[in-house]
Design a protein around this ligand. Structure first.
Ligand code: ADP
Ligand code: MG
Length: 422
Protein backbone atom coordinates (compact mmCIF):
# COMPACT_ATOMS: atom_id res chain seq x y z
CA UNK A 1 0.00 0.00 0.00
CA UNK A 2 1.17 3.55 -0.68
CA UNK A 3 2.11 5.89 2.15
CA UNK A 4 -0.19 8.86 2.50
CA UNK A 5 -0.25 12.27 4.17
CA UNK A 6 -1.34 10.41 7.32
CA UNK A 7 2.04 8.64 7.49
CA UNK A 8 4.27 11.72 7.56
CA UNK A 9 4.70 14.73 9.83
CA UNK A 10 3.44 17.77 7.96
CA UNK A 11 3.75 20.39 10.72
CA UNK A 12 5.92 23.34 9.72
CA UNK A 13 6.66 21.75 6.33
CA UNK A 14 6.28 23.24 2.86
CA UNK A 15 3.94 20.95 0.90
CA UNK A 16 3.96 20.75 -2.88
CA UNK A 17 0.87 18.85 -4.04
CA UNK A 18 -0.29 17.65 -7.47
CA UNK A 19 -4.05 17.62 -7.83
CA UNK A 20 -6.25 16.86 -10.83
CA UNK A 21 -8.18 20.11 -11.23
CA UNK A 22 -8.62 19.48 -14.95
CA UNK A 23 -12.25 20.58 -14.66
CA UNK A 24 -14.54 21.44 -17.56
CA UNK A 25 -14.41 25.22 -18.16
CA UNK A 26 -16.55 27.55 -20.23
CA UNK A 27 -15.80 31.25 -20.59
CA UNK A 28 -13.60 31.14 -17.50
CA UNK A 29 -16.27 29.51 -15.33
CA UNK A 30 -15.93 26.09 -13.67
CA UNK A 31 -18.71 23.87 -15.08
CA UNK A 32 -18.37 20.85 -12.82
CA UNK A 33 -16.44 20.78 -9.53
CA UNK A 34 -16.36 17.02 -8.95
CA UNK A 35 -12.56 16.89 -9.23
CA UNK A 36 -12.08 19.84 -6.87
CA UNK A 37 -14.41 18.28 -4.31
CA UNK A 38 -12.57 14.96 -4.65
CA UNK A 39 -9.27 16.53 -3.55
CA UNK A 40 -10.75 18.56 -0.68
CA UNK A 41 -10.42 15.93 2.07
CA UNK A 42 -6.66 15.75 1.48
CA UNK A 43 -6.27 19.53 1.23
CA UNK A 44 -8.25 20.08 4.43
CA UNK A 45 -6.32 17.39 6.28
CA UNK A 46 -2.99 18.93 5.27
CA UNK A 47 -4.09 22.38 6.41
CA UNK A 48 -5.19 20.98 9.79
CA UNK A 49 -1.63 19.75 10.38
CA UNK A 50 -0.28 23.32 10.36
CA UNK A 51 2.11 23.15 7.42
CA UNK A 52 4.35 26.08 6.57
CA UNK A 53 2.68 26.34 3.14
CA UNK A 54 0.62 24.34 0.69
CA UNK A 55 1.32 24.85 -3.00
CA UNK A 56 -1.09 23.16 -5.42
CA UNK A 57 -0.41 22.39 -9.05
CA UNK A 58 -2.50 20.91 -11.85
CA UNK A 59 -2.93 20.94 -15.57
CA UNK A 60 -6.13 22.31 -17.09
CA UNK A 61 -6.89 21.04 -20.56
CA UNK A 62 -4.04 20.91 -22.96
CA UNK A 63 -3.37 24.53 -24.04
CA UNK A 64 -1.43 23.68 -27.20
CA UNK A 65 -3.87 21.04 -28.42
CA UNK A 66 -6.94 23.00 -27.35
CA UNK A 67 -5.82 26.11 -29.24
CA UNK A 68 -5.05 24.05 -32.32
CA UNK A 69 -8.50 22.48 -32.24
CA UNK A 70 -10.20 25.85 -31.76
CA UNK A 71 -8.18 27.26 -34.65
CA UNK A 72 -9.13 24.37 -36.93
CA UNK A 73 -12.78 24.75 -35.96
CA UNK A 74 -12.70 28.46 -36.78
CA UNK A 75 -10.98 27.77 -40.11
CA UNK A 76 -13.57 25.14 -41.00
CA UNK A 77 -16.33 27.63 -40.27
CA UNK A 78 -14.51 30.15 -42.46
CA UNK A 79 -13.86 32.47 -39.50
CA UNK A 80 -10.54 34.18 -38.74
CA UNK A 81 -8.61 33.13 -35.60
CA UNK A 82 -6.52 36.09 -34.44
CA UNK A 83 -4.01 36.43 -31.60
CA UNK A 84 -6.78 38.11 -29.61
CA UNK A 85 -9.10 35.15 -30.23
CA UNK A 86 -6.36 32.83 -29.07
CA UNK A 87 -5.84 34.84 -25.88
CA UNK A 88 -9.59 34.93 -25.19
CA UNK A 89 -9.81 31.18 -25.78
CA UNK A 90 -6.95 30.44 -23.39
CA UNK A 91 -8.42 32.77 -20.77
CA UNK A 92 -11.77 31.04 -21.09
CA UNK A 93 -10.47 27.50 -21.00
CA UNK A 94 -6.92 27.00 -19.81
CA UNK A 95 -6.06 29.57 -17.14
CA UNK A 96 -6.03 28.33 -13.57
CA UNK A 97 -7.09 31.65 -12.02
CA UNK A 98 -10.86 30.89 -11.92
CA UNK A 99 -10.06 27.46 -10.43
CA UNK A 100 -7.94 29.08 -7.71
CA UNK A 101 -10.82 31.46 -6.98
CA UNK A 102 -13.28 28.58 -6.90
CA UNK A 103 -11.07 26.65 -4.50
CA UNK A 104 -10.78 29.71 -2.28
CA UNK A 105 -14.57 29.85 -2.06
CA UNK A 106 -15.04 26.19 -1.15
CA UNK A 107 -12.11 26.26 1.31
CA UNK A 108 -13.23 29.55 2.88
CA UNK A 109 -9.63 30.70 2.79
CA UNK A 110 -7.53 32.84 0.44
CA UNK A 111 -5.73 30.97 -2.33
CA UNK A 112 -2.85 32.92 -3.80
CA UNK A 113 -2.48 32.83 -7.55
CA UNK A 114 0.89 34.00 -8.85
CA UNK A 115 -0.11 33.64 -12.53
CA UNK A 116 2.95 31.51 -13.25
CA UNK A 117 4.23 28.04 -12.67
CA UNK A 118 7.98 28.51 -12.48
CA UNK A 119 10.30 31.11 -10.92
CA UNK A 120 8.38 31.16 -7.67
CA UNK A 121 10.75 29.76 -5.02
CA UNK A 122 11.32 33.07 -3.23
CA UNK A 123 7.64 33.95 -3.30
CA UNK A 124 6.76 30.56 -1.83
CA UNK A 125 9.40 30.77 0.90
CA UNK A 126 7.99 34.20 1.81
CA UNK A 127 4.40 32.93 2.18
CA UNK A 128 2.83 33.45 5.60
CA UNK A 129 2.36 30.37 7.78
CA UNK A 130 -0.40 28.07 6.55
CA UNK A 131 -0.88 29.92 3.24
CA UNK A 132 -2.27 28.17 0.15
CA UNK A 133 -1.09 28.89 -3.37
CA UNK A 134 -2.33 27.51 -6.70
CA UNK A 135 0.14 27.57 -9.59
CA UNK A 136 -0.74 28.42 -13.19
CA UNK A 137 -1.56 25.49 -15.52
CA UNK A 138 1.50 23.22 -15.51
CA UNK A 139 1.00 22.49 -19.21
CA UNK A 140 1.85 26.06 -20.15
CA UNK A 141 5.43 24.92 -19.47
CA UNK A 142 6.92 22.77 -22.25
CA UNK A 143 8.91 20.84 -19.61
CA UNK A 144 5.74 19.34 -18.09
CA UNK A 145 5.08 16.86 -20.88
CA UNK A 146 8.42 17.02 -22.66
CA UNK A 147 9.78 13.78 -24.11
CA UNK A 148 13.24 15.31 -23.71
CA UNK A 149 13.97 14.05 -20.19
CA UNK A 150 16.56 16.75 -19.52
CA UNK A 151 13.95 19.42 -20.20
CA UNK A 152 11.34 17.62 -18.12
CA UNK A 153 13.76 17.08 -15.26
CA UNK A 154 14.76 20.75 -15.26
CA UNK A 155 11.14 21.71 -14.63
CA UNK A 156 10.62 18.93 -12.08
CA UNK A 157 13.75 20.01 -10.21
CA UNK A 158 12.47 23.55 -9.92
CA UNK A 159 9.02 22.43 -8.76
CA UNK A 160 10.77 20.28 -6.16
CA UNK A 161 12.28 23.41 -4.57
CA UNK A 162 8.72 24.56 -3.72
CA UNK A 163 8.23 21.91 -1.04
CA UNK A 164 9.77 19.67 1.60
CA UNK A 165 7.14 17.01 0.96
CA UNK A 166 5.52 16.01 -2.35
CA UNK A 167 1.91 14.87 -2.24
CA UNK A 168 0.25 13.34 -5.28
CA UNK A 169 -3.53 13.14 -5.20
CA UNK A 170 -4.03 13.38 -8.97
CA UNK A 171 -5.16 9.85 -9.77
CA UNK A 172 -6.68 10.98 -13.07
CA UNK A 173 -3.21 11.92 -14.33
CA UNK A 174 -1.26 9.14 -12.59
CA UNK A 175 -0.78 7.26 -15.88
CA UNK A 176 1.26 10.16 -17.24
CA UNK A 177 4.99 10.41 -16.59
CA UNK A 178 5.11 14.20 -16.47
CA UNK A 179 7.21 16.70 -14.51
CA UNK A 180 4.52 17.43 -11.89
CA UNK A 181 3.02 13.93 -11.72
CA UNK A 182 6.06 11.71 -11.38
CA UNK A 183 9.44 13.16 -12.30
CA UNK A 184 9.36 15.70 -9.45
CA UNK A 185 9.62 12.80 -6.98
CA UNK A 186 13.18 12.13 -8.18
CA UNK A 187 14.17 15.39 -6.50
CA UNK A 188 12.13 15.03 -3.30
CA UNK A 189 13.08 13.34 -0.05
CA UNK A 190 9.50 12.45 0.77
CA UNK A 191 6.70 11.61 -1.70
CA UNK A 192 3.32 10.36 -0.52
CA UNK A 193 -0.22 10.03 -1.80
CA UNK A 194 -3.42 11.84 -0.86
CA UNK A 195 -6.66 10.21 0.23
CA UNK A 196 -8.10 10.10 -3.27
CA UNK A 197 -5.05 8.26 -4.55
CA UNK A 198 -5.27 5.92 -1.55
CA UNK A 199 -8.93 5.09 -2.23
CA UNK A 200 -8.33 4.46 -5.93
CA UNK A 201 -5.46 2.09 -5.21
CA UNK A 202 -7.38 0.38 -2.40
CA UNK A 203 -10.26 -0.54 -4.72
CA UNK A 204 -8.48 -1.05 -8.03
CA UNK A 205 -5.48 -3.06 -6.85
CA UNK A 206 -7.34 -6.15 -5.59
CA UNK A 207 -9.14 -6.40 -8.93
CA UNK A 208 -5.84 -7.14 -10.65
CA UNK A 209 -4.26 -9.10 -7.80
CA UNK A 210 -6.67 -11.07 -5.64
CA UNK A 211 -10.33 -10.06 -5.89
CA UNK A 212 -13.11 -11.70 -3.85
CA UNK A 213 -14.38 -14.60 -5.98
CA UNK A 214 -16.35 -15.23 -8.07
CA UNK A 215 -15.38 -12.09 -9.96
CA UNK A 216 -17.26 -10.80 -12.99
CA UNK A 217 -15.63 -8.37 -15.40
CA UNK A 218 -17.99 -6.38 -17.59
CA UNK A 219 -16.13 -4.87 -20.50
CA UNK A 220 -17.98 -2.87 -23.11
CA UNK A 221 -17.45 0.25 -25.15
CA UNK A 222 -16.72 0.91 -28.74
CA UNK A 223 -13.51 -0.85 -29.72
CA UNK A 224 -11.74 -4.15 -29.12
CA UNK A 225 -8.45 -2.42 -29.92
CA UNK A 226 -8.70 -0.12 -26.89
CA UNK A 227 -9.94 -2.84 -24.53
CA UNK A 228 -7.91 -5.91 -25.45
CA UNK A 229 -5.23 -5.26 -22.81
CA UNK A 230 -7.80 -4.92 -20.05
CA UNK A 231 -9.61 -8.06 -21.24
CA UNK A 232 -6.36 -10.04 -21.12
CA UNK A 233 -5.51 -8.68 -17.69
CA UNK A 234 -8.91 -9.39 -16.10
CA UNK A 235 -8.97 -12.86 -17.59
CA UNK A 236 -6.45 -13.82 -14.88
CA UNK A 237 -8.94 -13.49 -12.03
CA UNK A 238 -12.41 -13.40 -13.57
CA UNK A 239 -14.84 -16.29 -13.39
CA UNK A 240 -17.05 -14.61 -15.98
CA UNK A 241 -16.22 -12.05 -18.61
CA UNK A 242 -19.13 -10.10 -20.04
CA UNK A 243 -18.20 -8.60 -23.40
CA UNK A 244 -20.72 -6.04 -24.57
CA UNK A 245 -21.06 -2.82 -26.54
CA UNK A 246 -19.70 -2.20 -30.02
CA UNK A 247 -16.72 -4.47 -29.43
CA UNK A 248 -18.93 -7.52 -28.93
CA UNK A 249 -19.61 -7.69 -32.67
CA UNK A 250 -15.98 -8.34 -33.57
CA UNK A 251 -16.12 -11.29 -31.16
CA UNK A 252 -19.42 -12.54 -32.61
CA UNK A 253 -17.96 -12.29 -36.11
CA UNK A 254 -14.92 -14.24 -34.91
CA UNK A 255 -17.33 -16.98 -33.79
CA UNK A 256 -18.82 -17.08 -37.29
CA UNK A 257 -22.02 -15.15 -36.62
CA UNK A 258 -23.49 -12.62 -39.02
CA UNK A 259 -23.35 -9.14 -37.56
CA UNK A 260 -25.02 -7.05 -40.28
CA UNK A 261 -23.86 -3.45 -40.28
CA UNK A 262 -22.61 -3.53 -36.66
CA UNK A 263 -19.39 -1.89 -35.60
CA UNK A 264 -16.50 -4.24 -36.36
CA UNK A 265 -12.71 -4.21 -36.38
CA UNK A 266 -11.72 -6.78 -38.96
CA UNK A 267 -8.05 -6.43 -38.02
CA UNK A 268 -8.92 -7.73 -34.57
CA UNK A 269 -10.82 -10.88 -35.48
CA UNK A 270 -7.73 -13.01 -34.80
CA UNK A 271 -7.11 -11.18 -31.53
CA UNK A 272 -10.71 -11.91 -30.56
CA UNK A 273 -10.35 -15.60 -31.47
CA UNK A 274 -7.18 -15.76 -29.45
CA UNK A 275 -8.83 -14.30 -26.36
CA UNK A 276 -11.77 -16.68 -26.68
CA UNK A 277 -9.48 -19.70 -26.73
CA UNK A 278 -7.42 -18.39 -23.81
CA UNK A 279 -10.64 -17.97 -21.82
CA UNK A 280 -11.71 -21.52 -22.70
CA UNK A 281 -8.32 -22.85 -21.53
CA UNK A 282 -8.64 -21.03 -18.23
CA UNK A 283 -12.27 -21.99 -17.74
CA UNK A 284 -13.45 -18.37 -17.78
CA UNK A 285 -17.05 -18.08 -18.92
CA UNK A 286 -17.37 -15.62 -21.80
CA UNK A 287 -20.73 -13.93 -22.04
CA UNK A 288 -21.49 -12.37 -25.42
CA UNK A 289 -24.89 -10.99 -26.43
CA UNK A 290 -27.43 -13.67 -27.41
CA UNK A 291 -29.96 -11.14 -28.65
CA UNK A 292 -29.96 -7.44 -29.50
CA UNK A 293 -31.72 -4.22 -30.06
CA UNK A 294 -30.74 -3.08 -33.53
CA UNK A 295 -31.22 -0.15 -35.85
CA UNK A 296 -30.88 0.61 -39.53
CA UNK A 297 -28.68 3.61 -38.87
CA UNK A 298 -26.49 5.03 -36.11
CA UNK A 299 -28.69 7.88 -34.96
CA UNK A 300 -30.54 8.99 -31.80
CA UNK A 301 -33.80 8.91 -33.78
CA UNK A 302 -33.22 5.47 -35.27
CA UNK A 303 -36.13 3.10 -34.77
CA UNK A 304 -35.17 0.27 -32.38
CA UNK A 305 -35.70 -3.19 -33.85
CA UNK A 306 -35.78 -6.30 -31.65
CA UNK A 307 -33.37 -8.98 -32.92
CA UNK A 308 -34.39 -12.16 -31.15
CA UNK A 309 -31.22 -14.17 -31.71
CA UNK A 310 -27.45 -13.89 -32.03
CA UNK A 311 -27.33 -13.29 -35.78
CA UNK A 312 -28.04 -9.84 -37.12
CA UNK A 313 -29.75 -9.27 -40.49
CA UNK A 314 -27.73 -7.47 -43.17
CA UNK A 315 -29.73 -4.23 -42.99
CA UNK A 316 -29.29 -3.77 -39.22
CA UNK A 317 -26.58 -2.91 -36.71
CA UNK A 318 -26.47 -3.98 -33.05
CA UNK A 319 -26.99 -0.96 -30.79
CA UNK A 320 -27.83 -2.54 -27.43
CA UNK A 321 -28.19 -5.95 -25.81
CA UNK A 322 -31.57 -7.69 -25.77
CA UNK A 323 -33.79 -9.10 -23.01
CA UNK A 324 -32.37 -12.64 -23.00
CA UNK A 325 -28.86 -11.26 -22.68
CA UNK A 326 -29.91 -9.14 -19.71
CA UNK A 327 -31.32 -12.27 -18.02
CA UNK A 328 -27.89 -13.91 -18.36
CA UNK A 329 -26.24 -10.75 -16.98
CA UNK A 330 -28.62 -10.84 -14.02
CA UNK A 331 -27.76 -14.39 -13.10
CA UNK A 332 -24.02 -13.72 -13.39
CA UNK A 333 -23.78 -10.30 -11.76
CA UNK A 334 -26.00 -11.11 -8.77
CA UNK A 335 -23.90 -14.20 -8.02
CA UNK A 336 -20.58 -12.31 -8.00
CA UNK A 337 -18.50 -11.32 -5.00
CA UNK A 338 -16.59 -8.72 -6.99
CA UNK A 339 -17.40 -6.81 -10.17
CA UNK A 340 -15.27 -4.62 -12.41
CA UNK A 341 -17.11 -2.59 -15.00
CA UNK A 342 -15.50 -0.68 -17.84
CA UNK A 343 -17.45 0.38 -20.90
CA UNK A 344 -21.20 0.62 -21.66
CA UNK A 345 -22.93 -2.40 -23.24
CA UNK A 346 -24.86 -0.31 -25.73
CA UNK A 347 -25.12 3.16 -27.25
CA UNK A 348 -26.41 4.52 -23.92
CA UNK A 349 -26.18 8.16 -25.10
CA UNK A 350 -29.22 7.44 -27.33
CA UNK A 351 -32.29 7.04 -25.10
CA UNK A 352 -33.75 4.21 -27.20
CA UNK A 353 -30.56 2.16 -26.79
CA UNK A 354 -29.70 2.90 -23.16
CA UNK A 355 -31.71 0.12 -21.53
CA UNK A 356 -29.02 -2.56 -21.45
CA UNK A 357 -26.46 -0.27 -19.86
CA UNK A 358 -29.10 0.95 -17.37
CA UNK A 359 -29.89 -2.65 -16.42
CA UNK A 360 -26.21 -3.40 -15.91
CA UNK A 361 -25.90 -0.33 -13.65
CA UNK A 362 -28.92 -1.46 -11.59
CA UNK A 363 -27.68 -5.05 -11.36
CA UNK A 364 -24.20 -3.97 -10.20
CA UNK A 365 -25.84 -1.68 -7.63
CA UNK A 366 -28.02 -4.56 -6.41
CA UNK A 367 -25.08 -6.95 -6.16
CA UNK A 368 -23.18 -4.30 -4.18
CA UNK A 369 -26.07 -3.90 -1.74
CA UNK A 370 -25.82 -7.68 -1.19
CA UNK A 371 -22.15 -7.48 -0.30
CA UNK A 372 -20.22 -7.60 -3.56
CA UNK A 373 -17.34 -5.18 -4.14
CA UNK A 374 -17.92 -3.13 -7.29
CA UNK A 375 -15.53 -0.88 -9.15
CA UNK A 376 -16.54 1.24 -12.13
CA UNK A 377 -13.86 2.86 -14.28
CA UNK A 378 -13.80 4.56 -17.67
CA UNK A 379 -15.15 7.91 -18.83
CA UNK A 380 -18.33 6.71 -20.49
CA UNK A 381 -19.13 3.98 -17.96
CA UNK A 382 -18.91 6.55 -15.16
CA UNK A 383 -21.13 8.90 -17.19
CA UNK A 384 -23.61 6.03 -17.55
CA UNK A 385 -23.63 5.31 -13.81
CA UNK A 386 -24.24 9.01 -13.15
CA UNK A 387 -26.98 9.13 -15.78
CA UNK A 388 -28.86 6.45 -13.84
CA UNK A 389 -28.06 8.13 -10.49
CA UNK A 390 -26.36 5.04 -9.14
CA UNK A 391 -22.84 6.27 -8.35
CA UNK A 392 -23.44 6.18 -4.59
CA UNK A 393 -24.57 2.54 -4.84
CA UNK A 394 -21.21 1.35 -6.19
CA UNK A 395 -18.29 0.51 -3.90
CA UNK A 396 -16.03 2.73 -5.95
CA UNK A 397 -16.44 4.91 -9.01
CA UNK A 398 -13.00 5.79 -10.30
CA UNK A 399 -12.16 9.44 -10.93
CA UNK A 400 -9.74 8.56 -13.73
CA UNK A 401 -10.82 7.15 -17.08
CA UNK A 402 -7.48 6.49 -18.75
CA UNK A 403 -5.72 5.94 -15.44
CA UNK A 404 -8.21 3.33 -14.22
CA UNK A 405 -8.07 1.52 -17.55
CA UNK A 406 -4.27 1.32 -17.41
CA UNK A 407 -4.42 0.21 -13.77
CA UNK A 408 -6.82 -2.59 -14.67
CA UNK A 409 -4.56 -3.53 -17.57
CA UNK A 410 -2.04 -4.37 -14.86
CA UNK A 411 0.32 -1.54 -15.79
CA UNK A 412 2.39 0.35 -13.26
CA UNK A 413 1.23 3.95 -13.19
CA UNK A 414 4.20 6.37 -13.03
CA UNK A 415 2.43 8.77 -10.64
CA UNK A 416 1.82 5.95 -8.16
CA UNK A 417 5.12 4.12 -8.63
CA UNK A 418 7.08 7.13 -7.29
CA UNK A 419 5.22 7.18 -3.97
CA UNK A 420 6.64 5.60 -0.83
CA UNK A 421 5.03 2.35 0.27
CA UNK A 422 4.37 0.76 3.64
P1 ADP B 1 -15.31 3.98 -21.50
O1 ADP B 1 -15.14 5.49 -21.71
O2 ADP B 1 -16.27 3.69 -20.38
O3 ADP B 1 -14.03 3.27 -21.40
P2 ADP B 1 -15.53 3.54 -24.34
O4 ADP B 1 -15.02 4.91 -24.60
O5 ADP B 1 -14.67 2.39 -24.66
O6 ADP B 1 -16.04 3.43 -22.83
O7 ADP B 1 -16.85 3.32 -25.18
C1 ADP B 1 -17.98 4.12 -25.05
C2 ADP B 1 -18.71 4.23 -26.35
O8 ADP B 1 -19.06 2.98 -26.89
C3 ADP B 1 -19.99 5.00 -26.19
O9 ADP B 1 -19.88 6.23 -26.87
C4 ADP B 1 -21.03 4.10 -26.80
O10 ADP B 1 -21.97 4.79 -27.59
C5 ADP B 1 -20.20 3.17 -27.65
N1 ADP B 1 -20.97 1.94 -27.91
C6 ADP B 1 -21.52 1.11 -27.03
N2 ADP B 1 -22.21 0.12 -27.64
C7 ADP B 1 -22.08 0.34 -28.96
C8 ADP B 1 -22.59 -0.32 -30.13
N3 ADP B 1 -23.33 -1.41 -30.04
N4 ADP B 1 -22.25 0.21 -31.33
C9 ADP B 1 -21.50 1.31 -31.43
N5 ADP B 1 -21.00 1.96 -30.38
C10 ADP B 1 -21.28 1.50 -29.16
MG1 MG C 1 -14.69 6.68 -23.49
Amino acid sequence: MIKTVRDVDLAGKRIIMRVDFNVPMKDGVVQDDTRIQAALPTIKYILEQNPKSLVLMSHLGDPKKDVKKAQEKAEKAGKPFTEADKEAFINGKNRMKPVAEYLSKVLGKPVEFPGACLGLKDKIDALSNGAVMMLENTRFEPGETSKDMAEQEAMAKELATYGDIYVNDAFGTAHRAHASTATIAKFMKTSVGGFLMEKEVKYLEPMVTNPPKPMTAIIGGAKVSSKIAVLESLLKNASSLIIGGGMAYTFLKAQGHSIGKSLVEDDFIDTAKNLLSKAAEKGVKIILPVDHLGAEEFSPDAKPVVIDGVDIPDNLMGMDVGKKTIEIYKDTILNSKSIVWNGPVGVFEFEAFSKGTGEVAHLVAEATSKGAVSVVGGGDSVAAVNKFNLASKMSHVSTGGGASLEFLEGKTLPGIAVLETK
